[in-house]
Design a protein around this ligand. Structure first.
Ligand SMILES: C[S@@+](CC[C@H](N)C(=O)[O-])C[C@H]1O[C@@H](n2cnc3c(N)ncnc32)[C@H](O)[C@@H]1O
Length: 139
């Protein structure tokens, strides 16, 4: 996702449903992202991710919230990552349309955003990564 999304030093990444936090830590550590923010509803995963962020001394650049992703703050995002479901992506469309800034890339693992036109689509083994551009991908 991070490779296909071309994440780099000028990016602020927001992972909606951040799981164990691996996208966040990898974005900052291996791809040089300025900052990464995650929203994770499950407390156990939030705790696992928090410990990992601290263990890797990334607290200054990686923050996670034990909160519903529909409450996420997208103001600073230049990249939004999703590994959810087609249904969740559908429900997210109004939020993304309202809050994602022009030029934000929305990178979705395996699940399309139905009705939007991906700027790019790449296959990795059995997986597909879709990259959407704001606002060009909106239809
Ligand atoms: C397939 S995992 C992806 C984890 C991570 N983004 C990655 O790519 O490695 C999806 C995560 O989204 C979380 N999730 C699902 N619905 C959510 C919601 N409404 N708010 C926050 N997190 C949610 C799940 O608990 C799960 O950890």
């Amino acid at each position: 996702m991070l490779e296909v999304g071309k994440v780099g030093k000028d990016d602020v990444l927001v992972d909606l449903g951040s799981g164990d936090g691996r996208i966040l830590t990898t974005a900052v550590k291996d791809f040089g992202a300025k900052a990464a923010f995650g929203y994770e509803i499950r407390e156990d995963l939030f705790k696992t991710a928090s410990s990992e962020i601290t263990r890797q001394s990334l607290d200054a650049r990686v923050k996670i919230f034990n909160r519903d992703l529909f409450q996420a703050d997208l103001k600073e995002a230049t990249v939004v990552t999703l590994y959810l479901t087609t249904y969740a992506n559908e429900r997210l469309k109004p939020k993304l349309r309202a809050e994602a800034h022009p030029k934000t890339r929305i990178v979705s693992h395996d699940f399309m955003i139905n009705g939007w036109k991906p700027a790019r689509k790449e296959n990795y083994n059995e997986h597909t990564i879709y990259v959407y551009s704001v606002p060009e991908s909106y239809m």
